[in-house]
Design a protein around this ligand. Structure first.
Ligand code: FE2
Ligand code: FE2
Length: 337
């Protein structure tokens, strides 16, 4: 998943500040610009402006963190899935998210940052991840709604990233998007089944939609007018579609899906605008969004503590892998001697 935090600066450390190129770099800069303008791909060995590299490291590492932290709200339901089929699907989905994190950490490493540096940023609270995961999954319908709406919003955000100017990121996103599409559909299908069930099941679905709808709209990031880095990211071919345009696409795509499902989207201002040929929608609570991004959401502390504990508990696995690799090297050296 998930991309809201892409427009959110980390608390400290990496900052993207576009800088004028020095004289000696002008030629490299011109080559870089023309490649980006021609929709070519920038590869790890190519020269790139420092600010482009820093922006990508920040964006890709935040994206990787979001995938890994995103495993937690749903992982919480694996032991309580209502059937073997739902359990198997959920295990596969949560595992996919772990895989997405790994591709993305690898893509960020090609820019000269290390896995340890990135994880240190996450574990110390300096690096951001998508704030959507700082909300709890309260009942089984939340698992379906996370698939339908959270993964659905993620796909909307991530499809344009398949055309990102940085090659390793774009290629990772092609594979990720294929899996996200499955995530979205399994969530929607789980909800369709619940909506054919008892009155209580239907009420659970509606309740989950009510709690997640506005948070999913906020996932696209602050309005364009409040996104100072967006123009530069567009210029660099990292970002292709603005936050507000993506949000509008998501609303327009989701309204008919909600109708088929039989749920109400919790927005009295949501209506078709014939003139714009889009849906109008109400005001997003940005104060709540920023409070959660900045650490005051209901699950921020729990999510971070769970991640840090999982990392520490896995130390023996890393130690064992390292010891094994050293042993293999020693054998190889002895055999060669
Ligand atoms: Fe994912
Ligand atoms: Fe996903």
């Amino acid at each position: 998943m998930y991309t809201q935090s892409f427009n959110v600066p980390d608390s400290a450390g990496l900052k993207s500040v576009p800088q004028a190129p020095s004289t000696e770099n002008l030629e490299f800069q011109a080559r870089f610009d023309s490649k980006v303008d021609a929709d070519g791909k920038i590869e790890p060995q190519d020269w790139m402006p420092d600010a482009y590299r820093k922006t990508l490291v920040r964006q890709i590492s935040q994206h990787a963190h979001s995938e890994i932290v995103g495993m937690l709200p749903e992982g919480n339901w694996i032991s309580r899935a209502p059937s073997l089929k739902r359990k198997a699907i959920l295990i596969a989905k949560v595992q996919d998210e772990g895989g997405h994190g790994l591709y993305l950490y690898s893509a960020a490493e090609t820019l000269g940052t290390s896995r340890d540096q990135m994880l240190e940023g996450l574990h110390s609270g300096k690096a951001k991840y998508s704030s959507i995961f700082n909300y709890p999954t309260l009942n089984w319908a939340d698992v379906g709604v996370v698939g339908w709406l959270v993964d659905g919003a993620a796909i909307m955000n991530q499809i344009p990233l398949c055309r990102c100017s940085y090659g390793p990121y774009a290629r990772a996103m092609i594979r990720v998007c294929k899996e996200e599409s499955f995530h979205q559909r399994q969530g929607y299908e789980a909800l369709l089944v619940m909506m054919q069930g008892t009155a209580e099941q239907k009420a659970m679905v509606q309740d989950a939609v009510n709690r997640w709808w506005w948070k999913c709209l906020a996932m696209f990031g602050p309005p364009d007018a409040d996104s100072p880095h967006s123009a530069q990211a567009m210029r660099w071919g990292i970002k292709r579609i603005s936050n507000d345009d993506l949000r509008q696409k998501f609303v327009d795509a989701t309204v008919p899906q909600a109708k088929v499902l039989g749920v109400t989207l919790p927005d009295p201002d949501l209506k078709w605008n014939e003139e714009r040929q889009h849906h109008d929608y109400g005001q997003i609570d940005w104060d709540e969004f920023w409070a959660t991004v900045n650490g005051s959401g209901p699950c921020n502390k729990e999510r971070l503590a769970t991640r840090v504990k999982a990392h520490n508990d896995g130390q023996w696995v890393r130690d064992a892998a390292l010891a094994y690799s050293r042993k293999q090297q020693t054998h190889a050296t002895k055999e060669a001697a």
